[in-house]
Design a protein around this ligand. Sequence first.
Ligand SMILES: Nc1ncnc2c1ncn2[C@@H]1O[C@H](COP(=O)(O)OP(=O)(O)OP(=O)(O)O)[C@@H](O)[C@H]1O
Ligand SMILES: [Mg+2]
Length: 301
Amino acid sequence: MFCLDDGPRALDCLEFDDHLRHVDGLDDAAFLAMDLERLGRPELGASFLDAYVEFSRDPAPVALRHHYIAYRAVVRAKVAYLRHGQGDPGAAADAADHAALALRHLEHGAVRLALVGGLPGTGKTTVGGALADRFGAVLLSSDRVRKELAGIDPAAAAGAPFRSGLYTAAHTAATYDELLRRAGMLLSRGESVVLDASWTDARHRAAAADLADRTSNDLVALQCHADEGIAERRIATRGPTASDATAPLARMMSRTADPWPQARLIRTDGSLADSLTAAATMWEHAPGRAHRVAATAARAG
Ligand SMILES: Nc1ncnc2c1ncn2[C@@H]1O[C@H](COP(=O)(O)OP(=O)(O)OP(=O)(O)O)[C@@H](O)[C@H]1O
Ligand SMILES: [Mg+2]
């Protein structure tokens, strides 16, 4: 980038092979964003990419942004590595810094399938929505899908006794199947997904784990938990919701729910900010697969 008297100019010197000049625009834009981050201004890099996406009208999954930034950091790391071989004293640190930046973005950009479960009123929809907002994931809620499948407005009440009406085992199974079908489509496009449902049945959880495995994505299993009295008070006092849950139904569900030892417990008795921090930490530590691949590559390099 050249800052001239009449404004900045971008100059790409790749003139010798027309074919090499044809890349995803976001890939090229990510190079500048990466440099800005490396120079200590990550927020400028992020706002530049936001503006690029808005003006180019070429939206992309968050994962792809991270991927391109990591890729461009590896390009710089490789150049620094070559300079190191030529005796440049500062190049080793430069290469290591760029490699660390690449690794960070690979971890952040790993596509996740998050299950946010728990009993009624424990904050699944609230925490799941906040988590999806924080990380640019798509939120799908069983309460909405269940009603959509029945041709009912998700905002309309459809309360029914335990395991009847829209809540029979068959309709519940169809709801989870549809949630996972939609999640599979999104994951295959590189979108992380948060699935807000009670996840009280171990078979549905196994199907979700299987989906994450088949699509090579990281699974984040979170179980919201609040004391029964708190959850019941929240069910009674919360604003408009797609949920039909009532306190007696919550008690019934707590007696029949399968244990979920694989999930990380998210306490929701306290503030939403604390619950979100706990959930976000789990999200950030999830990318086992991406981390292993990148760490192996870093060791090999
Ligand atoms: N730490 C917290 N985490 C989540 N929700 C909280 C928290 N503190 C207060 N709340 C409030 O508790 C209520 C939780 O309701 P929410 O609809 O999210 O629960 P849910 O688990 O999705 O219930 P349902 O099973 O009926 O769908 C909301 O009104 C939310 O604002
Ligand atoms: Mg809910």
